[in-house]
Design a protein around this ligand. Structure first.
Ligand SMILES: C=C(O[C@@H]1C=C(C(=O)O)C=C[C@H]1O)C(=O)O
Length: 380
């Protein structure tokens, strides 16, 4: 365990030396972790058998970066900021006049998506935009501390790589957790503002949209020969910053470890960030969104991370002796509620799922609400 102040100063040195690093805290954890790469080389996750922290883009044809465990110094730390009661968070206001152009553009895009759904086999498409926000104090470490303070139930991270630049985020969405022969994923979709209550009503549009995601994930998993014993929870409302989403937890068994790659490839990109059917949704996104998503709606996290598991022996003559075995763990998240920091500006990425029942003005508002997760940590 390293003192947080010392860790942050090590991160600054890494930045100065242009060496890749990532610092992160998983949802609900007290302890945070950092991987500081010892050299400046670009390592890639080529076949997902590597061990380290992976940072993968939305577009599966582009490079997925890796900070390999073996080439890094790994630290555990705790950040004791002012513990914020998530119930009492405040979010900054917004200047709607300044955003008029963005609003028009986004509503046109959404309407085009709705029209396409009505006239084709496309059932759902996730459409996004990015927003440039000038940042008064663009110190990534200051912003990361704010993330740690504000979002205890999200995966919060600060990633730096000379090839990708600086990214930060607080994502509520698990892509895949896998350990030994078990795995877990989730179907997350549907959005409403959190108003102090998680026991809320959902409209048919949201229920249907989330069901598309669940069904698609279950179908894709059933097609994989190495996957068995698939189970799905009942849908429930999950809180993420100032928002609520509908969530279904999905779990199962993997028969052979070699299948992790197939599993990740079957899941990414899910209809929670791309659409249904996958191919026409992807085509629509590529042809109509006017920004490159880069790492937004890609995935990130621990890949085949080795950790020591201590077990007590139950043999009498070896009483009190502990046995350590090395296990591998994968813990990946979808890169949502995120931003890229560059030259004193933050580029915030936000999107939402469009179906035949969507309304363009509501979808615009949903992206405004989603952008609050990052805007709230930019202010001092
Ligand atoms: C696409 C985003 O979020 C996804 C889309 C949601 C929706 O359409 O309601 C909800 C949660 C996420 O699965 C985003 O945050 O940018």
């Amino acid at each position: 365990m390293i003192n947080a102040v010392d860790l942050f100063s090590k991160l600054r040195t890494q930045l100065e030396k242009k060496r890749p690093f990532v610092a992160y805290r998983k949802p609900g954890m007290f302890q945070a972790k950092a991987l500081l790469q010892k050299d400046i080389h670009s390592h890639l996750a080529e076949d997902l058998s590597e061990s380290g922290f992976v940072f993968a883009p939305f577009d599966i044809r582009s490079k997925a970066y890796l900070i390999p465990s073996d080439e890094s110094e790994i630290f555990d730390f705790q950040f004791k900021g002012d513990p914020t009661d998530e119930e009492e968070q405040s979010f900054p206001g917004f200047d709607f006049e300044m955003m008029e152009e963005d609003q028009k553009k986004h509503e046109l895009l959404v309407q085009k998506g709705i029209d396409k759904i009505k006239e084709s086999d496309l059932k759902k498409v996730v459409l996004s935009r990015s927003e440039r926000v000038p940042v008064h104090d663009p110190d990534p470490i200051r912003i990361f501390k704010n993330l740690l303070e504000k979002y205890s139930s999200a995966m919060v991270y600060l990633w730096y790589h000379p090839d990708t630049g600086i990214w930060l985020g607080a994502t509520p969405e698990t892509l895949l957790k896998a350990e030994r022969n078990r795995f877990q994923t989730m179907a997350l979709a549907g959005t409403q503002l959190y108003k102090g209550e998680t026991d809320v009503e959902w409209q048919t549009k949201e229920v249907e949209e989330q069901l598309f995601v669940t069904d698609y994930i279950l179908d894709s998993l059933e097609k994989l020969p190495a996957i068995e014993k698939i189970q799905a929870s009942r849908p429930y409302s999950a809180k993420a910053g100032n928002l609520l989403h509908i969530c279904t937890d999905i779990s199962g068994h993997i028969k052979d470890k070699e299948s992790l790659k197939d599993l990740i490839e079957a899941l990414h990109p899910t209809p929670a960030v791309c659409g249904l059917p996958k191919e026409p949704a992807l085509k629509f996104i590529q042809e109509n969104e006017d920004h490159s998503r880069e790492f937004y709606s890609g995935y990130l996290g621990e890949l085949n991370f080795k950790f020591e598991q201590k077990r007590n022996s139950n043999k009498k003559n070896q009483e009190n002796q502990q046995f350590a075995s090395i296990s591998k763990q994968t813990d990946l998240y979808v890169n949502l509620r995120c931003m890229k920091l560059k030259e004193g500006n933050a580029r915030i990425y936000v999107g939402g799922g469009i179906t035949k029942d969507s309304n363009a003005a509501d979808e615009w508002m949903e992206t405004v609400n989603k952008s609050q997760t990052m805007k709230a940590v930019l202010v001092k």
